[in-house]
Design a protein. Structure first.
Lengths: 442, 170
Protein backbone atom coordinates (compact mmCIF):
# COMPACT_ATOMS: atom_id res chain seq x y z
CA UNK A 1 0.00 0.00 0.00
CA UNK A 2 3.03 2.25 0.21
CA UNK A 3 2.54 5.33 -1.91
CA UNK A 4 5.32 7.86 -1.91
CA UNK A 5 7.18 9.71 0.80
CA UNK A 6 6.54 8.99 4.44
CA UNK A 7 7.52 11.74 6.84
CA UNK A 8 4.95 11.30 9.57
CA UNK A 9 3.95 7.66 9.36
CA UNK A 10 7.36 6.07 8.75
CA UNK A 11 7.71 4.76 12.29
CA UNK A 12 4.07 3.84 12.96
CA UNK A 13 3.70 0.20 13.87
CA UNK A 14 7.35 -0.40 14.74
CA UNK A 15 7.77 -2.20 18.06
CA UNK A 16 7.65 0.25 20.97
CA UNK A 17 7.71 3.16 18.51
CA UNK A 18 6.52 5.59 21.18
CA UNK A 19 9.60 5.09 23.34
CA UNK A 20 12.56 7.44 23.42
CA UNK A 21 14.98 4.57 22.86
CA UNK A 22 13.29 3.48 19.66
CA UNK A 23 12.92 7.08 18.43
CA UNK A 24 16.61 7.71 18.99
CA UNK A 25 17.57 4.48 17.26
CA UNK A 26 15.85 5.84 14.16
CA UNK A 27 17.77 9.10 14.33
CA UNK A 28 15.36 10.97 16.59
CA UNK A 29 16.41 14.29 18.16
CA UNK A 30 19.20 14.73 15.60
CA UNK A 31 17.13 17.49 14.02
CA UNK A 32 16.89 19.27 17.37
CA UNK A 33 20.65 19.06 17.72
CA UNK A 34 21.05 20.53 14.25
CA UNK A 35 18.53 23.29 15.00
CA UNK A 36 20.40 24.21 18.17
CA UNK A 37 23.56 24.67 16.11
CA UNK A 38 21.69 27.14 13.89
CA UNK A 39 20.59 30.69 14.60
CA UNK A 40 16.89 30.72 15.58
CA UNK A 41 16.13 33.05 12.67
CA UNK A 42 17.71 30.56 10.28
CA UNK A 43 15.34 27.86 11.54
CA UNK A 44 12.37 30.16 10.88
CA UNK A 45 13.70 30.80 7.36
CA UNK A 46 13.92 27.08 6.74
CA UNK A 47 10.28 26.67 7.79
CA UNK A 48 9.27 29.53 5.49
CA UNK A 49 11.14 27.86 2.62
CA UNK A 50 9.35 24.56 3.32
CA UNK A 51 5.93 26.03 2.42
CA UNK A 52 4.49 24.20 5.42
CA UNK A 53 0.86 25.15 5.93
CA UNK A 54 -1.15 24.55 9.10
CA UNK A 55 -2.74 21.11 9.19
CA UNK A 56 -5.46 21.97 11.70
CA UNK A 57 -7.96 23.36 9.22
CA UNK A 58 -7.16 26.87 8.08
CA UNK A 59 -4.03 25.98 6.10
CA UNK A 60 -2.22 29.16 7.07
CA UNK A 61 1.51 29.33 6.26
CA UNK A 62 3.34 28.27 9.42
CA UNK A 63 6.48 30.35 8.95
CA UNK A 64 4.40 33.44 8.25
CA UNK A 65 2.27 32.82 11.35
CA UNK A 66 5.44 32.72 13.46
CA UNK A 67 6.64 35.97 11.99
CA UNK A 68 3.59 37.80 13.44
CA UNK A 69 5.06 37.55 16.95
CA UNK A 70 5.98 41.06 18.13
CA UNK A 71 9.75 41.40 18.36
CA UNK A 72 10.06 42.91 21.80
CA UNK A 73 7.38 41.29 23.98
CA UNK A 74 8.25 38.48 26.38
CA UNK A 75 7.31 35.91 27.52
CA UNK A 76 5.93 34.19 24.48
CA UNK A 77 4.13 30.88 24.63
CA UNK A 78 3.53 27.90 22.37
CA UNK A 79 0.22 26.08 22.51
CA UNK A 80 -0.14 22.83 20.65
CA UNK A 81 -3.64 22.09 19.45
CA UNK A 82 -4.30 18.40 20.08
CA UNK A 83 -8.03 18.97 20.52
CA UNK A 84 -8.79 16.88 17.46
CA UNK A 85 -12.58 16.80 17.23
CA UNK A 86 -13.77 17.83 13.76
CA UNK A 87 -16.03 14.96 12.67
CA UNK A 88 -14.18 12.78 10.18
CA UNK A 89 -10.72 13.67 11.51
CA UNK A 90 -8.54 11.09 13.27
CA UNK A 91 -4.87 11.69 12.53
CA UNK A 92 -3.29 13.60 15.41
CA UNK A 93 -4.31 10.85 17.80
CA UNK A 94 -2.14 8.38 15.87
CA UNK A 95 0.86 10.72 15.99
CA UNK A 96 0.41 10.83 19.77
CA UNK A 97 -0.03 7.06 19.94
CA UNK A 98 2.74 5.92 17.59
CA UNK A 99 5.34 8.68 17.59
CA UNK A 100 4.94 11.21 20.43
CA UNK A 101 8.65 12.06 20.40
CA UNK A 102 8.33 13.33 16.85
CA UNK A 103 5.85 15.89 18.18
CA UNK A 104 8.00 16.71 21.21
CA UNK A 105 11.02 17.27 18.95
CA UNK A 106 8.87 19.52 16.73
CA UNK A 107 7.80 21.50 19.79
CA UNK A 108 11.40 21.86 20.96
CA UNK A 109 12.51 23.11 17.53
CA UNK A 110 9.62 25.59 17.38
CA UNK A 111 10.42 26.95 20.83
CA UNK A 112 14.11 27.35 20.01
CA UNK A 113 13.26 29.12 16.76
CA UNK A 114 10.88 31.55 18.46
CA UNK A 115 12.50 32.11 21.87
CA UNK A 116 9.74 30.32 23.78
CA UNK A 117 10.36 28.71 27.15
CA UNK A 118 6.93 27.38 28.08
CA UNK A 119 4.66 25.23 25.93
CA UNK A 120 1.32 23.54 26.57
CA UNK A 121 -0.16 20.65 24.65
CA UNK A 122 -3.96 20.92 24.81
CA UNK A 123 -5.20 17.34 24.38
CA UNK A 124 -8.89 16.68 24.01
CA UNK A 125 -10.41 15.17 27.13
CA UNK A 126 -11.62 12.04 25.38
CA UNK A 127 -8.06 11.04 24.44
CA UNK A 128 -7.24 9.29 27.74
CA UNK A 129 -4.89 6.76 26.20
CA UNK A 130 -3.12 9.31 24.00
CA UNK A 131 -2.67 11.56 27.04
CA UNK A 132 -0.98 8.77 28.97
CA UNK A 133 1.37 7.98 26.08
CA UNK A 134 2.36 11.61 25.60
CA UNK A 135 2.80 12.11 29.35
CA UNK A 136 5.16 9.15 29.44
CA UNK A 137 7.11 10.44 26.45
CA UNK A 138 7.45 13.86 28.08
CA UNK A 139 8.75 12.22 31.26
CA UNK A 140 11.32 10.31 29.20
CA UNK A 141 12.42 13.49 27.44
CA UNK A 142 12.75 15.31 30.78
CA UNK A 143 14.66 12.45 32.38
CA UNK A 144 17.05 12.37 29.41
CA UNK A 145 17.65 16.10 29.78
CA UNK A 146 16.27 16.84 26.32
CA UNK A 147 13.76 19.31 27.72
CA UNK A 148 13.92 21.12 31.03
CA UNK A 149 16.51 23.63 32.21
CA UNK A 150 18.83 22.91 29.27
CA UNK A 151 17.17 22.30 25.93
CA UNK A 152 18.76 19.41 24.05
CA UNK A 153 21.12 18.98 27.01
CA UNK A 154 23.38 21.68 25.66
CA UNK A 155 22.11 25.17 25.35
CA UNK A 156 21.62 27.62 28.13
CA UNK A 157 17.97 27.69 27.14
CA UNK A 158 15.19 26.26 29.32
CA UNK A 159 12.01 24.72 27.97
CA UNK A 160 9.09 23.29 29.91
CA UNK A 161 6.38 21.37 28.07
CA UNK A 162 3.16 20.54 29.92
CA UNK A 163 -0.03 18.70 29.09
CA UNK A 164 -3.39 20.35 29.56
CA UNK A 165 -6.30 17.98 29.14
CA UNK A 166 -9.63 19.30 27.91
CA UNK A 167 -12.96 18.10 29.22
CA UNK A 168 -15.17 17.65 26.17
CA UNK A 169 -16.01 20.68 24.03
CA UNK A 170 -15.56 20.83 20.24
CA UNK A 171 -15.33 24.61 20.37
CA UNK A 172 -12.01 24.41 22.23
CA UNK A 173 -10.35 23.37 18.98
CA UNK A 174 -10.93 26.97 17.88
CA UNK A 175 -7.67 28.63 18.82
CA UNK A 176 -8.96 31.48 20.96
CA UNK A 177 -11.48 29.24 22.75
CA UNK A 178 -8.58 26.88 23.37
CA UNK A 179 -6.69 29.71 25.07
CA UNK A 180 -9.70 30.53 27.25
CA UNK A 181 -9.97 26.88 28.22
CA UNK A 182 -6.26 26.74 28.96
CA UNK A 183 -6.70 29.74 31.23
CA UNK A 184 -9.30 27.76 33.18
CA UNK A 185 -12.49 29.14 31.69
CA UNK A 186 -15.36 27.93 29.56
CA UNK A 187 -14.44 27.86 25.87
CA UNK A 188 -15.81 31.13 24.55
CA UNK A 189 -13.94 32.24 21.42
CA UNK A 190 -12.38 35.70 21.51
CA UNK A 191 -12.88 38.51 19.06
CA UNK A 192 -10.08 38.78 16.52
CA UNK A 193 -8.06 40.88 15.97
CA UNK A 194 -5.97 40.97 18.03
CA UNK A 195 -4.74 37.55 16.95
CA UNK A 196 -3.13 35.18 19.44
CA UNK A 197 0.32 35.83 17.96
CA UNK A 198 0.00 39.32 19.43
CA UNK A 199 -2.39 38.87 22.37
CA UNK A 200 -2.67 35.21 23.29
CA UNK A 201 -2.30 33.12 26.41
CA UNK A 202 -2.51 35.37 29.48
CA UNK A 203 -2.39 38.31 27.10
CA UNK A 204 1.06 37.39 25.80
CA UNK A 205 2.16 36.58 22.23
CA UNK A 206 1.28 32.95 21.56
CA UNK A 207 1.83 30.55 18.70
CA UNK A 208 -0.85 27.94 18.24
CA UNK A 209 -0.02 25.06 15.93
CA UNK A 210 -1.66 21.75 15.21
CA UNK A 211 0.02 18.45 16.17
CA UNK A 212 0.55 17.31 12.58
CA UNK A 213 2.01 20.70 11.63
CA UNK A 214 4.68 20.50 14.33
CA UNK A 215 5.46 16.84 13.72
CA UNK A 216 6.80 17.88 10.29
CA UNK A 217 9.51 20.10 11.78
CA UNK A 218 12.17 17.46 12.48
CA UNK A 219 12.09 16.50 8.78
CA UNK A 220 12.23 20.13 7.65
CA UNK A 221 15.23 20.91 9.84
CA UNK A 222 17.07 17.70 9.01
CA UNK A 223 16.52 17.69 5.24
CA UNK A 224 15.98 21.38 4.60
CA UNK A 225 12.88 23.36 3.75
CA UNK A 226 13.39 22.91 0.05
CA UNK A 227 13.24 19.11 0.25
CA UNK A 228 9.90 19.43 2.04
CA UNK A 229 8.58 22.02 -0.38
CA UNK A 230 9.59 19.83 -3.35
CA UNK A 231 7.07 17.17 -2.28
CA UNK A 232 4.15 19.55 -2.78
CA UNK A 233 3.00 22.37 -5.01
CA UNK A 234 4.39 25.87 -5.51
CA UNK A 235 2.67 27.25 -2.42
CA UNK A 236 2.15 24.20 -0.25
CA UNK A 237 4.81 21.71 0.79
CA UNK A 238 5.06 18.21 2.20
CA UNK A 239 2.63 15.41 2.76
CA UNK A 240 -0.68 15.27 4.59
CA UNK A 241 -2.40 12.70 6.71
CA UNK A 242 -5.71 12.05 4.98
CA UNK A 243 -8.33 10.46 7.19
CA UNK A 244 -10.81 8.49 5.12
CA UNK A 245 -13.99 7.10 6.65
CA UNK A 246 -17.47 6.04 5.59
CA UNK A 247 -18.37 3.78 2.68
CA UNK A 248 -14.89 2.89 1.43
CA UNK A 249 -13.48 -0.61 1.36
CA UNK A 250 -10.38 0.29 3.34
CA UNK A 251 -10.82 3.32 5.59
CA UNK A 252 -7.84 4.72 7.46
CA UNK A 253 -5.07 7.31 7.58
CA UNK A 254 -3.08 7.74 4.39
CA UNK A 255 0.05 9.85 4.17
CA UNK A 256 0.18 11.29 0.67
CA UNK A 257 1.55 14.46 -0.96
CA UNK A 258 -0.55 17.58 -0.26
CA UNK A 259 -1.78 17.60 -3.86
CA UNK A 260 -3.11 14.01 -3.83
CA UNK A 261 -6.09 13.52 -6.12
CA UNK A 262 -9.28 12.81 -4.15
CA UNK A 263 -10.65 10.26 -6.60
CA UNK A 264 -7.36 8.42 -6.67
CA UNK A 265 -7.25 8.37 -2.88
CA UNK A 266 -10.72 6.83 -2.68
CA UNK A 267 -10.46 4.36 -5.54
CA UNK A 268 -6.79 3.36 -5.45
CA UNK A 269 -5.61 3.86 -1.89
CA UNK A 270 -8.87 2.96 -0.17
CA UNK A 271 -9.85 0.27 -2.67
CA UNK A 272 -13.03 1.97 -3.87
CA UNK A 273 -16.57 1.91 -2.54
CA UNK A 274 -17.92 -0.86 -0.38
CA UNK A 275 -20.13 -3.31 -2.28
CA UNK A 276 -18.81 -1.70 -5.49
CA UNK A 277 -21.68 0.76 -5.35
CA UNK A 278 -21.43 4.22 -6.85
CA UNK A 279 -20.08 7.11 -4.83
CA UNK A 280 -22.72 9.77 -4.17
CA UNK A 281 -21.01 12.42 -2.09
CA UNK A 282 -17.68 13.20 -0.43
CA UNK A 283 -16.94 15.62 2.37
CA UNK A 284 -13.28 16.50 1.73
CA UNK A 285 -12.06 18.29 4.86
CA UNK A 286 -14.03 17.52 8.01
CA UNK A 287 -17.81 17.81 8.39
CA UNK A 288 -17.80 21.60 8.09
CA UNK A 289 -16.37 21.51 4.55
CA UNK A 290 -18.91 21.98 1.73
CA UNK A 291 -19.82 18.60 0.26
CA UNK A 292 -18.71 17.46 -3.21
CA UNK A 293 -21.01 15.47 -5.47
CA UNK A 294 -19.77 12.39 -7.35
CA UNK A 295 -18.94 14.43 -10.45
CA UNK A 296 -16.67 16.79 -8.52
CA UNK A 297 -14.21 14.43 -6.88
CA UNK A 298 -11.57 14.33 -9.59
CA UNK A 299 -9.76 17.16 -7.82
CA UNK A 300 -6.49 17.85 -6.03
CA UNK A 301 -6.77 17.92 -2.23
CA UNK A 302 -4.34 20.83 -1.94
CA UNK A 303 -5.67 23.82 0.04
CA UNK A 304 -5.93 26.28 -2.85
CA UNK A 305 -7.20 23.66 -5.30
CA UNK A 306 -10.10 22.70 -3.03
CA UNK A 307 -10.83 26.35 -2.36
CA UNK A 308 -11.11 26.88 -6.10
CA UNK A 309 -13.50 23.91 -6.20
CA UNK A 310 -15.75 25.72 -3.72
CA UNK A 311 -14.86 23.71 -0.65
CA UNK A 312 -11.92 23.35 1.70
CA UNK A 313 -9.12 20.99 2.66
CA UNK A 314 -9.77 21.70 6.33
CA UNK A 315 -8.49 19.08 8.71
CA UNK A 316 -8.04 16.31 6.14
CA UNK A 317 -11.13 14.41 7.26
CA UNK A 318 -12.69 12.77 4.21
CA UNK A 319 -16.12 11.18 4.63
CA UNK A 320 -17.42 9.08 1.74
CA UNK A 321 -21.11 8.31 1.12
CA UNK A 322 -22.24 5.71 -1.37
CA UNK A 323 -25.40 5.96 -3.46
CA UNK A 324 -27.50 4.15 -0.87
CA UNK A 325 -27.10 6.81 1.83
CA UNK A 326 -29.63 9.57 2.49
CA UNK A 327 -28.24 13.08 2.20
CA UNK A 328 -31.02 14.59 4.31
CA UNK A 329 -30.28 12.23 7.18
CA UNK A 330 -26.55 12.96 6.86
CA UNK A 331 -27.06 16.72 6.87
CA UNK A 332 -29.48 16.51 9.79
CA UNK A 333 -26.87 14.64 11.82
CA UNK A 334 -24.09 17.06 10.87
CA UNK A 335 -26.27 20.02 11.80
CA UNK A 336 -27.24 18.41 15.10
CA UNK A 337 -23.54 18.21 15.90
CA UNK A 338 -23.01 21.93 15.37
CA UNK A 339 -26.20 22.75 17.28
CA UNK A 340 -24.93 20.65 20.17
CA UNK A 341 -21.45 22.20 20.10
CA UNK A 342 -22.37 25.86 19.63
CA UNK A 343 -20.95 27.61 22.69
CA UNK A 344 -23.95 29.94 22.87
CA UNK A 345 -22.05 33.19 22.74
CA UNK A 346 -23.38 34.59 19.43
CA UNK A 347 -27.12 34.68 18.74
CA UNK A 348 -27.06 33.69 15.02
CA UNK A 349 -25.24 30.47 15.84
CA UNK A 350 -26.92 29.68 19.17
CA UNK A 351 -30.43 30.18 17.75
CA UNK A 352 -29.95 29.59 14.05
CA UNK A 353 -28.17 26.25 14.07
CA UNK A 354 -30.74 24.44 16.26
CA UNK A 355 -33.42 26.01 14.05
CA UNK A 356 -31.80 24.49 10.94
CA UNK A 357 -31.55 21.20 12.79
CA UNK A 358 -35.28 21.29 13.52
CA UNK A 359 -36.16 21.99 9.89
CA UNK A 360 -33.95 19.10 8.78
CA UNK A 361 -35.50 16.74 11.30
CA UNK A 362 -38.92 17.66 9.96
CA UNK A 363 -37.81 17.09 6.36
CA UNK A 364 -36.27 13.71 7.15
CA UNK A 365 -39.46 12.65 8.96
CA UNK A 366 -41.50 13.48 5.85
CA UNK A 367 -43.27 16.48 7.32
CA UNK A 368 -41.38 19.11 5.35
CA UNK A 369 -42.60 21.57 2.76
CA UNK A 370 -40.99 22.99 -0.35
CA UNK A 371 -40.55 26.31 1.40
CA UNK A 372 -38.30 24.62 3.97
CA UNK A 373 -35.51 24.37 1.40
CA UNK A 374 -35.60 28.15 0.96
CA UNK A 375 -35.78 28.55 4.73
CA UNK A 376 -32.65 26.46 5.24
CA UNK A 377 -30.76 28.50 2.72
CA UNK A 378 -31.94 31.72 4.30
CA UNK A 379 -31.06 30.60 7.83
CA UNK A 380 -27.60 29.48 6.75
CA UNK A 381 -27.09 32.79 4.96
CA UNK A 382 -27.99 34.69 8.13
CA UNK A 383 -25.44 32.76 10.20
CA UNK A 384 -22.58 32.84 7.70
CA UNK A 385 -20.05 35.50 8.60
CA UNK A 386 -22.16 36.84 11.47
CA UNK A 387 -20.42 35.18 14.41
CA UNK A 388 -17.27 35.68 16.47
CA UNK A 389 -15.70 32.39 15.46
CA UNK A 390 -15.94 30.04 12.50
CA UNK A 391 -18.37 27.58 14.10
CA UNK A 392 -21.29 29.49 12.64
CA UNK A 393 -19.79 29.21 9.17
CA UNK A 394 -18.93 25.58 9.83
CA UNK A 395 -22.61 24.87 10.45
CA UNK A 396 -23.86 26.98 7.54
CA UNK A 397 -21.54 25.63 4.83
CA UNK A 398 -22.76 22.01 4.89
CA UNK A 399 -26.39 23.16 4.85
CA UNK A 400 -25.86 25.43 1.86
CA UNK A 401 -23.89 22.86 -0.10
CA UNK A 402 -26.08 19.82 0.63
CA UNK A 403 -29.30 21.66 -0.23
CA UNK A 404 -27.79 23.02 -3.43
CA UNK A 405 -26.14 19.85 -4.68
CA UNK A 406 -28.75 17.30 -3.60
CA UNK A 407 -31.84 19.43 -4.04
CA UNK A 408 -33.74 16.64 -5.81
CA UNK A 409 -33.25 14.36 -2.86
CA UNK A 410 -34.55 16.99 -0.43
CA UNK A 411 -37.51 17.60 -2.74
CA UNK A 412 -38.30 13.87 -2.84
CA UNK A 413 -38.60 13.87 0.94
CA UNK A 414 -41.22 16.58 0.63
CA UNK A 415 -43.13 15.00 -2.27
CA UNK A 416 -43.15 11.45 -0.96
CA UNK A 417 -43.79 12.63 2.62
CA UNK A 418 -41.18 10.19 3.89
CA UNK A 419 -37.51 9.37 3.64
CA UNK A 420 -37.15 7.45 0.35
CA UNK A 421 -34.34 5.41 1.93
CA UNK A 422 -36.56 4.07 4.69
CA UNK A 423 -34.68 2.10 7.33
CA UNK A 424 -31.45 2.33 5.34
CA UNK A 425 -30.85 6.04 5.53
CA UNK A 426 -27.21 5.40 6.45
CA UNK A 427 -26.69 3.10 3.48
CA UNK A 428 -27.19 -0.55 2.60
CA UNK A 429 -23.93 -1.68 4.12
CA UNK A 430 -23.48 -0.31 7.61
CA UNK A 431 -20.57 -2.39 8.82
CA UNK A 432 -17.15 -1.85 10.31
CA UNK A 433 -14.23 -2.70 8.06
CA UNK A 434 -10.51 -3.07 8.82
CA UNK A 435 -8.72 0.27 8.63
CA UNK A 436 -5.23 0.97 7.35
CA UNK A 437 -3.46 3.54 9.53
CA UNK A 438 -0.10 4.32 7.99
CA UNK A 439 0.95 0.70 7.39
CA UNK A 440 -0.82 -0.61 10.48
CA UNK A 441 -4.03 -2.61 10.12
CA UNK A 442 -6.69 -1.95 12.77
CA UNK B 1 -33.63 17.27 41.61
CA UNK B 2 -32.30 19.99 43.85
CA UNK B 3 -28.55 20.32 44.05
CA UNK B 4 -28.43 23.63 45.75
CA UNK B 5 -28.70 23.52 49.56
CA UNK B 6 -25.15 23.39 50.87
CA UNK B 7 -26.10 22.83 54.49
CA UNK B 8 -27.83 19.53 53.80
CA UNK B 9 -24.84 18.05 51.99
CA UNK B 10 -22.72 15.39 53.64
CA UNK B 11 -19.30 16.75 54.56
CA UNK B 12 -16.42 15.57 52.39
CA UNK B 13 -14.09 13.11 54.12
CA UNK B 14 -11.03 14.79 55.58
CA UNK B 15 -8.55 12.15 54.36
CA UNK B 16 -9.92 12.47 50.86
CA UNK B 17 -9.50 16.23 50.99
CA UNK B 18 -5.90 15.90 52.18
CA UNK B 19 -5.05 13.54 49.33
CA UNK B 20 -6.86 15.86 46.93
CA UNK B 21 -4.80 18.81 48.14
CA UNK B 22 -1.56 16.92 47.64
CA UNK B 23 -2.48 16.21 44.04
CA UNK B 24 -3.70 19.77 43.46
CA UNK B 25 -0.27 21.03 44.50
CA UNK B 26 1.34 18.87 41.80
CA UNK B 27 -1.08 20.09 39.13
CA UNK B 28 -0.65 23.76 40.00
CA UNK B 29 3.12 23.50 39.48
CA UNK B 30 2.52 23.13 35.73
CA UNK B 31 1.37 26.76 35.51
CA UNK B 32 3.14 30.02 36.34
CA UNK B 33 2.65 30.86 40.05
CA UNK B 34 0.49 33.89 39.29
CA UNK B 35 -1.70 31.84 36.91
CA UNK B 36 -3.07 29.23 39.30
CA UNK B 37 -6.60 29.66 37.94
CA UNK B 38 -5.44 27.99 34.72
CA UNK B 39 -5.46 24.71 36.61
CA UNK B 40 -9.25 24.79 36.95
CA UNK B 41 -9.97 22.12 34.32
CA UNK B 42 -7.46 19.56 35.59
CA UNK B 43 -8.39 20.31 39.20
CA UNK B 44 -12.09 19.84 38.50
CA UNK B 45 -11.26 16.57 36.76
CA UNK B 46 -9.28 15.48 39.80
CA UNK B 47 -12.15 16.56 42.07
CA UNK B 48 -14.60 14.52 40.04
CA UNK B 49 -12.35 11.47 40.19
CA UNK B 50 -11.84 11.94 43.94
CA UNK B 51 -15.38 12.69 45.06
CA UNK B 52 -17.55 11.09 42.36
CA UNK B 53 -19.17 14.14 40.85
CA UNK B 54 -18.94 17.92 40.85
CA UNK B 55 -21.58 18.71 43.45
CA UNK B 56 -21.74 22.33 44.63
CA UNK B 57 -19.57 21.47 47.68
CA UNK B 58 -16.96 19.80 45.49
CA UNK B 59 -16.95 22.73 43.07
CA UNK B 60 -16.52 25.09 45.98
CA UNK B 61 -13.59 23.07 47.31
CA UNK B 62 -11.86 23.10 43.91
CA UNK B 63 -12.51 26.82 43.47
CA UNK B 64 -11.14 27.69 46.90
CA UNK B 65 -7.83 25.92 46.18
CA UNK B 66 -7.26 28.04 43.08
CA UNK B 67 -8.56 31.35 44.36
CA UNK B 68 -11.43 31.50 41.85
CA UNK B 69 -15.09 32.14 42.62
CA UNK B 70 -17.52 29.24 43.01
CA UNK B 71 -19.52 30.79 40.18
CA UNK B 72 -16.56 30.39 37.85
CA UNK B 73 -16.13 26.76 38.87
CA UNK B 74 -19.82 26.15 38.19
CA UNK B 75 -19.60 27.89 34.83
CA UNK B 76 -16.74 25.60 33.79
CA UNK B 77 -18.23 22.45 35.35
CA UNK B 78 -21.44 22.90 33.36
CA UNK B 79 -19.78 23.87 30.06
CA UNK B 80 -17.76 20.71 29.39
CA UNK B 81 -19.53 17.41 28.71
CA UNK B 82 -17.03 15.27 30.60
CA UNK B 83 -17.83 17.02 33.87
CA UNK B 84 -20.79 15.69 35.84
CA UNK B 85 -22.65 17.88 38.25
CA UNK B 86 -25.45 15.31 38.64
CA UNK B 87 -24.98 11.76 39.91
CA UNK B 88 -23.99 9.18 37.29
CA UNK B 89 -23.93 5.39 37.45
CA UNK B 90 -20.90 3.30 38.42
CA UNK B 91 -20.07 3.06 34.74
CA UNK B 92 -20.44 5.53 31.93
CA UNK B 93 -21.18 4.18 28.45
CA UNK B 94 -20.92 6.82 25.73
CA UNK B 95 -21.59 5.91 22.12
CA UNK B 96 -20.63 8.14 19.21
CA UNK B 97 -23.46 8.56 16.72
CA UNK B 98 -21.81 11.10 14.47
CA UNK B 99 -21.73 10.61 10.69
CA UNK B 100 -18.84 8.17 10.23
CA UNK B 101 -20.05 6.00 13.10
CA UNK B 102 -23.60 5.92 11.72
CA UNK B 103 -22.29 5.00 8.27
CA UNK B 104 -20.78 1.89 9.88
CA UNK B 105 -23.72 0.84 12.04
CA UNK B 106 -23.79 3.02 15.13
CA UNK B 107 -27.54 3.65 14.95
CA UNK B 108 -28.24 -0.05 15.31
CA UNK B 109 -25.91 -0.24 18.30
CA UNK B 110 -27.61 2.77 19.88
CA UNK B 111 -31.04 1.13 19.61
CA UNK B 112 -29.59 -2.05 21.02
CA UNK B 113 -28.00 -0.26 23.99
CA UNK B 114 -31.22 1.54 24.88
CA UNK B 115 -33.23 -1.68 24.72
CA UNK B 116 -30.71 -3.82 26.56
CA UNK B 117 -30.18 -1.34 29.38
CA UNK B 118 -33.80 -0.21 29.45
CA UNK B 119 -32.83 3.46 29.58
CA UNK B 120 -32.85 6.48 27.33
CA UNK B 121 -30.04 8.96 26.71
CA UNK B 122 -28.54 10.45 29.89
CA UNK B 123 -30.40 7.97 32.06
CA UNK B 124 -29.02 5.50 34.58
CA UNK B 125 -30.11 1.90 35.03
CA UNK B 126 -32.29 1.31 38.11
CA UNK B 127 -29.48 -0.57 39.86
CA UNK B 128 -27.19 2.43 39.44
CA UNK B 129 -24.80 0.38 37.31
CA UNK B 130 -24.66 2.18 33.96
CA UNK B 131 -25.37 5.67 32.67
CA UNK B 132 -25.93 5.77 28.90
CA UNK B 133 -24.99 8.76 26.83
CA UNK B 134 -24.85 9.64 23.16
CA UNK B 135 -21.70 11.63 22.37
CA UNK B 136 -20.19 13.51 19.47
CA UNK B 137 -17.25 12.51 17.27
CA UNK B 138 -14.55 10.71 19.29
CA UNK B 139 -11.89 10.83 16.57
CA UNK B 140 -12.24 7.14 15.69
CA UNK B 141 -13.94 7.54 12.33
CA UNK B 142 -11.65 5.09 10.52
CA UNK B 143 -12.25 2.46 13.16
CA UNK B 144 -15.91 3.32 13.66
CA UNK B 145 -18.27 2.77 15.39
CA UNK B 146 -16.66 3.87 18.63
CA UNK B 147 -17.66 4.31 22.24
CA UNK B 148 -16.13 5.30 25.53
CA UNK B 149 -16.64 3.13 28.58
CA UNK B 150 -15.43 4.93 31.69
CA UNK B 151 -13.36 7.16 29.40
CA UNK B 152 -11.57 4.26 27.68
CA UNK B 153 -12.10 3.96 23.92
CA UNK B 154 -13.58 0.88 22.26
CA UNK B 155 -13.56 0.77 18.46
CA UNK B 156 -14.88 -1.20 15.48
CA UNK B 157 -17.96 -2.06 17.48
CA UNK B 158 -20.61 -4.59 16.63
CA UNK B 159 -23.68 -5.48 18.69
CA UNK B 160 -21.91 -8.65 19.85
CA UNK B 161 -18.78 -6.76 20.86
CA UNK B 162 -20.84 -4.23 22.80
CA UNK B 163 -22.58 -7.04 24.71
CA UNK B 164 -19.24 -8.53 25.58
CA UNK B 165 -17.92 -5.18 26.86
CA UNK B 166 -21.04 -4.54 28.94
CA UNK B 167 -20.81 -8.06 30.36
CA UNK B 168 -17.41 -7.28 31.83
CA UNK B 169 -18.69 -4.29 33.82
CA UNK B 170 -19.35 -4.81 37.51
Amino acid sequence: MSGGPRILTARWGKPDSASLESYRKDGGYRALEKALSMEPAAVVDEVKRSNLRGRGGAGFATGLKWSFLPKDVRPRYLTVNADESEPGTFKDRYILEHDPHQLIEGIAITCWANDIHLAYVYVRGEFARQTRILERALEEARAAGLIGPRLGGKKDFGLEIHLHRGAGAYICGEESALLESLEGKKGYPRLKPPFPAVVGLWGKPTIINNVETLANLPFIVEHGGEAFAALGTAKSGGTRLYCVSGHVKRPGVYERPVQQNLKKLIFEDCGGIVGDRQVKAVIPGGSSAPVLSAGEIDVSLEFDALKAAGTMAGSGGIIVFDESACMVRALWRITRFYAEESCGQCTPCREGVPWMEGVLEKLEAGHGERADLEKLDQLAGNIMGQTICALGDAAAMPVQSFVKKFRDEFARHVEERRCPFGDHAWGLEQSSRPALVGEVVY
Amino acid sequence: MNDFPLAAAEPLAREKIEEFDRQVAAIVRRYPPERKAAALLPVLRLAQESFGRLSPEVQQLAASRLGVSPARADEVATFYVMFHTRPVGRHLVELCTNVSCCLTGSERIWQHLKKKLGVGPNQTTADGRITLREVECLGSCGTAPAMLVDEEMHERLTVEKVDEILGRLS
